[in-house]
Write a protein that binds this ligand. Sequence first.
Ligand code: NCD
Length: 420
Amino acid sequence: MESRPSLILCNVQLPEGRVVDLSIRKGVVVHAGSSGASEVRIDCAGMFVLPAAVDMHVHMRGGLQSGKEDWTTGSRSALGGGVTVVVDQPNTIPPIDSPGALRDRVRDAQEHSLCHFAINSSVTADIPFDEMGRAGAMAFGETFYAPSSYGEALGRDALSLALERIHAVDGLATIHAEEISTGPDLDLALHDERRSVDGEVRAVKEVQNLNGSHCRLHLCHLSSARSIDAASGSVEVTPHHLFLSRDQFRKDDPRGKVNPPLRSEKHRRELLSRWDGIDVIASDHAPHTIAEKGEDFSDAPSGIPGVETMVPLLLGKVLDGTLSLPSVIEKTSSTPARLLGIPPAGFAVGDRGDFALYQKKAVRIRADMLHSKCGWTSYENHPAVFPEMVILGGEVVYHEGEFPRGKPSWFPGKGFVPGS
Ligand code: NCD
């Protein structure tokens, strides 16, 4: 006889409107319909029930950068925002540029992460691409086609060769495409000028031209409507480029400093108008300490934390009627899972049993509500809808400020060869 489901989510309203009970056993959805008995039942009547998000662009830091964030605080921050899978970027110190470094990173995350995770490989001219794939790298990059905080840029020839090699191992190349001009970097307007929209558009086109081998491309954190229009391959946009403009900050406030830069209000609105053309929303969660963000503008590192506020900000826009719920689920959960080859979370039998449950009520964001070690947010006072409860593999892993430990997994890339 089949064992009873370990969890039933009752009265779940599906995005198309039907109300069902979802039964989850051994980490996956086993039934959607009317329910039988189970150890735990949770009533979801009147709530938003979302397949939990996959944030495919997160800098979890750790190691020498543990003052900014580590796997425990970063994964709490993810769960507190309805994200159960994070894809960690390889610009750590040291970078993830060898199978040994990748394995160390996986071990650290296995010991400390409270959410599922995947780890990307660095991309430099002399990375052992094949070995990185076999060691379990999820994707390659972000590949810097312009330097950023803790990221050195690849030149044209090196990028072209890297794309060929990534293609040869059937990998996904994730690209940070920008162009930087010389000039002072003293405030947000000058930062925007140095790393301009025109430059980003040119960089996107150049990367595509250099991709003679037709490697699968994913363009990270595009910051303007014109860059989206120029892009072929999958397109990622961050909440900060959708919801923040440089006009909302004091003119030399480093808390608005990020790469690519925050743009003008006009550009921000245009970007939001391209919502349907965006494949993935990812946070580019890039925590730096308050002290670092208190330095002079030109010395302060670039980056904005955001894994915990990503889905809550988007749901704020669902509540006010700007965005549709299915489109938010698609861009934060189904599409990133499909691009990465991760089992999708969802409402169908066989889907990964990861969900976030939200009361349909917006609150104003305050830094002290959030769980990142960095302790600050650029979204003070923005309306957002936070999860009341988060489920990972059918187990409650976040509820009312508590994080009971579940069974998070490492998702290696599809080239992974166990024991290699
Ligand atoms: C990122 C960081 O801090 O690691 N900073 C940023 O401004 N986005 C690096 C990066 O993704 O460019």
